[in-house]
Ligand binder design. Structure first.
Ligand SMILES: NC(=O)C1=CN([C@@H]2O[C@H](COP(=O)(O)OP(=O)(O)OC[C@H]3O[C@@H](n4cnc5c(N)ncnc54)[C@H](O)[C@@H]3O)[C@@H](O)[C@H]2O)C=CC1
Ligand SMILES: CC(=O)C(=O)O
Length: 379
């Protein structure tokens, strides 16, 4: 199989979908890897690193897309990349389709088989989302504490406080991977941390991990309103896999926060959980103010720490990509339920229930969408 790696073009997206080590794994299995010139430079990998590992360096993105059977990316394709879509192309990347109806329609129209990292699901975990959620969760606490500084427009508080002055309050809604990692850093910074989750068992696990270093609260509108009002830093970390994020923090709740408080909505890639966030921001211009509250809604937070993120991401994506290239997409999907859950679009059908529901499409099973191809495999 020919595997293509275009350079990422999203604002300040310095990650890349493969490392030289990953190239070696594909080449050793008999595949060809095309890497767009300078694709790895932001993550510290040169063209020479890739060619020494056996990749072919390709000058233009359009040629990488046109010549590859499978394109691996980090972020969802942007508008300028939709023209590269074609029937039968396999696209393996983060997609977040519930928040992106235009991309969904383009993938349907062009007959792309689109496999989303974030919906590959193993025993109720999301193995291809986890490492980036670890990065973004840790960054959320760091970034929030930075924007609380007066010079960044914040209230001017230090989350740890000092002897004789109370600590800053951090409220984290969603106690999964992002929430847990945000809590680790916020606790490390000395903040007064509260985590809310809908899942009482998850709160029990957090209680076991953190003991009395954090408070836990079950997530309901009453508790959310209380915890938001108290928060100097609010972190959005909720996920319903594949689905648009629920708007749990209303505009009225935001209005109760102290001026100069900060919201970091990590769940923005699925649409965000805060009503006052109506757009995605970029690393170049990461915040905006509404009701005197600083809002941060960058959808590719790990892109700012690309060396760490690229290695962490490709550690988990490459083994699945190898299954696809070694077996072909249909066989790989039919033999691996975990990977099958990643298939969002195939043959013009929406094959993920939550995405179909949120965007108003009829849902088709992967088996239905790929009926003919799967039949050929059996015969
Ligand atoms: N902005 C960025 O750069 C990045 C964003 N993310 C996003 O962060 C979000 C969270 O990801 P993970 O932590 O990996 O997901 P996760 O699945 O590990 O955790 C989500 C948590 O939300 C909880 N939850 C669901 N409904 C809730 C509700 N109504 N109230 C409170 N809690 C609720 C779940 O019980 C679960 O514990 C996702 O949208 C993910 O895509 C992840 C990495 C980077
Ligand atoms: C999860 C995701 O979208 C990211 O790491 O950018």
């Amino acid at each position: 199989m020919i595997v293509g790696i275009p350079r990422e073009i999203k604002n300040n997206e310095n990650r890349v979908a493969i490392t030289p080590a990953g190239v070696t794994s594909f080449v050793d299995s008999g595949h060809t890897v095309l890497v767009e010139k300078e694709a790895g430079i932001g993550s510290g990998f040169t063209n020479e690193d890739y060619s020494n590992a056996g990749a072919i360096i390709v000058e233009l993105a359009k040629d990488v897309w046109a010549q590859s059977d499978m394109v691996m990316k980090v972020k969802e394709p942007l508008r300028s990349e939709y023209d590269y879509f074609r029937e039968g192309l396999i696209l393996f990347t983060y997609l977040h389709l519930a928040a992106d109806p235009k991309l969904t329609q383009a993938l349907i129209d062009k007959g792309v088989t689109a496999i989303a990292y974030e919906t590959v699901e193993l025993n109720n975990t999301l193995p291809l989302l986890t490492p980036m959620s670890e990065v973004a969760g840790r960054m959320a606490a760091q970034i929030g504490s930075q924007f609380l500084q007066k010079s960044h427009g914040g209230q001017g508080i230090l989350l740890s406080g000092v002897p004789g002055v109370s600590r800053g309050k951090v409220t984290i809604i969603g106690g999964g991977i992002v929430g847990t990692n945000a809590a680790k850093i916020a606790v490390g910074l000395g903040a007064d941390v509260t985590v809310l989750d809908l899942n009482a068992n998850r709160l029990r696990q957090l209680d076991d991990i953190f003991g009395n270093q954090i408070k836990t609260l079950i997530s309901n509108p009453y508790n959310i309103a209380d915890a938001v009002k108290d928060a100097d830093l609010l972190i959005g970390a909720v996920l319903i896999p594949g689905a648009k994020a629920p708007k749990l923090v209303t505009e009225d709740m935001v209005k109760t926060m102290k001026p100069g408080s900060v919201i970091v909505d990590v769940a923005i890639d699925q649409g965000g959980i805060v009503e006052t966030i109506d757009h995605v921001t970029t690393h170049d211009n990461p915040t905006f103010e509404k009701h005197n509250i600083i809002h941060y809604s960058v959808a590719n937070m790990p892109g700012a720490v690309p060396r760490t993120s690229t290695i962490a991401l490709t550690n988990v994506t490459v083994p699945y990509a190898l299954q696809i290239s070694n077996k072909g997409v249909c066989k790989a999907i039919s033999e691996n339920e975990v990977l099958k859950r990643g298939v969002n679009i195939a043959k013009g059908y929406v094959t993920h229930k939550a995405i179909a529901k949120d965007l108003g499409y009829n849902y088709a099973t992967v088996e239905k969408a790929l009926e003919k191809e799967l039949e050929l495999l059996v015969n």
